[in-house]
Write a protein that binds this ligand. Structure first.
Ligand SMILES: [Fe+2]
Ligand SMILES: [Fe+2]
Length: 301
């Protein structure tokens, strides 16, 4: 079976080398929809399914990738929308993240798990009413703090670093060649997102002391892993513990913190390591379920 899948992937990679990348813009010639036409996802996972913890992480990643358009909504009401370089990037970014969600949705669907429009719609319906006020908060915040764009860019860089590292950890934990290949393709695109966010964030930090102070303050007080506040906290805690708490996890978290520390004015910050520690103390879903004697929102399919 493993040989079947390994053969499937070798053929896929061989074919892919000769395939044309889909151009989206002249500035981002390699950008675009994730190409999985050469991977037989349904058959591959049908004959060799993934373990429960891996599927639980993929559910989280599916939900968060599909939430990108909501993060985009919040960003576009800030002064970031006046910078054409940023909006060009965000246009491509949102498109690519959408297809990451679709790709992961196919893996989930192959396991009979909820995915796609219905799941995404239910998740958005489940958000508290205060979620509707986020664009107002961002718009007002942008007026009050002209350097909010610097915060958003650095925040984006950290989220992309964590996402790429999280996919890498998941591929290692799963040890499944087909999932590994799919995640490697996603990680390549996440790498381009990292490049933009970190470079654009660094530029803004370099030219403004106020931006450095505001970004440092915001990260220290407010930073949480992407998906926080969108999916239940015990699911964020599960993901953080599974990917960054087990073997090799602390090293990966420390590497991201070193990247953050190299940005102007952010030396010594350890936002990711601090978050990993914090999520060790969040009650597990099983404990909440046992205590309350009821199903959790995240149990519903
Ligand atoms: Fe993504
Ligand atoms: Fe990304």
């Amino acid at each position: 079976m493993a040989e079947d899948i390994a053969g499937l992937i070798r053929a896929a990679v061989r074919d892919r080398r000769t395939a044309m990348a889909l151009p989206v813009t002249s500035e981002h010639p390699a950008a675009g929809r994730l190409d999985l036409t050469d991977l037989d996802i349904e058959r591959g996972f049908g004959t060799s399914p993934l373990d429960e913890p891996v599927l639980r992480c993929l559910q989280y990643m599916h939900d968060v990738e599909h939430h990108t358009v909501c993060y985009l909504r919040d960003l576009l009401v800030t002064s970031a929308h006046r910078d054409p370089e940023i909006t060009e990037f965000l246009t491509v970014w949102n498109y690519e993240e959408h297809w990451h969600g679709v790709a992961i949705g196919r893996v989930l669907a192959a396991h009979g798990r909820p995915a796609g429009d219905r799941r995404v719609g239910e998740l958005r319906d489940s958000q508290p009413w205060t979620e509707r006020l986020r664009p107002v908060g961002f718009a007002l915040g942008s007026v009050a703090f002209p350097d909010l764009t610097a915060v958003s860019l650095v925040w984006g860089a950290i989220n992309e670093w964590c996402t790429q590292a999280g996919y890498g950890q998941l591929a290692r934990r799963a040890g499944h060649p087909l999932l590994g290949e799919l995640l490697r393709r996603i990680m390549r695109q996440e790498g381009r997102h990292i490049a933009f966010y970190s470079t654009a964030g660094r530029t803004r930090l370099e030219r403004s002391r106020a931006a450095r102070r505001l970004t440092r303050f915001a990260l220290q007080r407010l930073w949480r892993p992407v998906g926080h506040g969108v999916v239940p906290e015990h699911e964020t805690a599960f993901l953080v513990r599974y990917l960054f708490g087990g073997p090799g996890g602390a090293e990966v978290a420390a590497r991201i913190d070193r990247n953050v520390s190299r940005l102007p004015g952010l030396g010594g910050l350890a936002v990711v390591g601090t978050a990993v520690e914090r999520y060790q103390r969040v009650p597990r879903a099983e404990a909440i379920r046992a205590r309350s004697g009821r199903l959790l929102t995240s149990d519903l399919q």
